[in-house]
Design a protein around this ligand. Structure first.
Ligand code: NAD
Ligand code: WQD
Length: 362
């Protein structure tokens, strides 16, 4: 049993109203943890927290706070007895980050800095961080490193990736300054997909979705006309790029495994990176077919030109997480597509037109 469960202390989940964070809260509560959610709702809705309470039959303390708001965040540390932090909060759109990099640097890097300073002040030493396989950049420049191991040299290619890279370095430097205290798990993952099997929580993209599955779901529910497949002339089995897709429920189980690993290694300090992935790459057409099958629809599509920044194969090597965290994926892309379809059909506008609004929260 982990320290936080024994002590009844809280796990602070930053970004807990968002896509991955809300699934993590569900999983944490199911596993007996107490959570407090901090989120500024810049890209999510309080409705997800309300749904979580419905699902788990637990009260979930929610604080509408921006991580850059030191005073607001400090109050959370004062009001709740926090044992550890799972840090999801951040902006994540690659293309947007190239247009407004300063906003990304401020939100992601400064937000994390404030969080770490308060963790130090309040002696909260355990943190699980949502990094991204985007820190590897185009790993295909090292052909013998596909699937990508944690040892692959890093080389992010966009401002979003630079924020993740910088935060990883901040954590490593902080750990090095006091190796007996800090316990950091850096989790790198690429394409979380799917939704909670209840159909009550799922991804709620703002505006036009960037990601393949979110876009396809909106075509299947009639919100968009057709899918644009960004290139079918790659050197792969069907010409479309290969990525490592992971069911969001598997992914959040990996976060809990990491938290447990940090606990098991107390009182020693630790800073370690783990890839969370299936290790099995799927092409865009394979995902397309899986989603058509799950949704019983023939989604119209058109092949267009390559999207800048896309690379041929982004499959991660998950053996370190399997060996050390005793974690591996269990749900394939077929299950993820079915769960996504359930979420999309039950909530055609996601959270956006529903129930409680952000201004009433927190
Ligand atoms: P999301 O946008 O659904 O969730 C992020 C949450 O953080 C949102 O609820 C948002 O309102 C909140 N937030 C953002 N900035 C904040 C701030 N300054 N203060 C307080 N709250 C803030 O995104 P997600 O897909 O759930 O991603 C969660 C994390 O995982 C992010 O850090 C993202 O970079 C990382 N990640 C995501 C993916 C992916 O494809 N979804 C892949 C790899 C890594
Ligand atoms: C997957 C494949 C597209 C949309 C991104 C970020 C990454 C990480 C996860 C946070 C690609 C193709 C897509 C569409 C398409 N995020 N595609 N038509 O690019 O692998 O990863 O999200 O860390 O940093 O870059 O995910 O879902 O956008 O694309 O053909 O409308 O689907 O070309 O091959 P990606 P994606």
């Amino acid at each position: 049993m982990t320290e936080s469960k024994v002590s009844g202390k809280y796990v602070l989940v930053t970004g807990g109203a968002g896509y991955i964070g809300s699934h993590a809260v569900a999983e944490l509560i199911e596993n007996g943890y107490k959570c407090v959610v901090v989120d500024n709702l810049c890209s999510s809705s309080y409705e997800s927290v309300a749904r979580l309470e419905l699902m788990t039959k637990h009260y979930i303390p929610f604080c509408k706070v921006d991580l850059c708001d030191r005073e607001g965040l400090e109050k959370v540390f004062q009001d709740y007895d926090i044992d550890s932090v799972i840090h999801f909060a951040g902006l994540k759109a690659v293309d947007e980050s190239t247009k407004i990099p300063l906003k990304y640097f401020n939100n992601n890097i400064v937000g994390t800095l404030v969080l770490l300073e308060l963790m130090e002040k309040y002696h909260v030493e355990k943190l699980v961080f949502s990094s991204s396989a985007t820190v590897y950049g185009d790993a295909n420049r090292f052909p013998n490193m596909i699937p990508i191991p944690e040892e692959c040299p890093l080389g992010p290619t966009n401002p979003y990736g630079h924020t993740k890279f910088t935060i990883e370095k901040m954590l490593q430097d902080l750990y090095a300054s006091n190796t007996s205290t800090w316990k950091f798990a850096i989790l790198r993952y690429f394409n979380p997909i799917g939704a909670h099997p209840s159909g009550l929580i799922g991804e709620d993209p703002l505006g036009i979705p960037n990601n393949l599955l979110s876009y396809m779901a909106q075509v299947a529910t009639g919100r968009r006309e057709k899918l644009y497949v960004f290139g079918d002339d790659y050197d792969t089995r069907d010409g479309t790029p290969i990525s490592d897709y992971i069911h969001v429920v598997d992914l959040v189980k990996g976060h809990i495994a990491a938290l447990e690993y940090l606990d098991a290694h107390s009182p020693d300090g630790l800073c370690r990176e783990w890839n969370l992935g299936s290790g099995t790459g799927s092409t865009v057409f394979e995902v397309y077919r899986a989603f058509c099958k799950a949704s019983h629809t023939k989604i119209p599509y058109e092949v267009t030109g390559r999207r800048p920044g896309d690379v041929v194969n982004l499959t991660v090597k998950p053996e370190r997480a399997q060996r050390e965290l005793k974690w591996k994926t269990e749900l394939d892309i077929g299950v993820a597509c079915s769960d996504l379809w359930k979420w999309a059909t039950k909530n055609p506008s996601a959270f956006q037109l529903k129930g409680l609004k952000a201004e009433f929260a927190g």
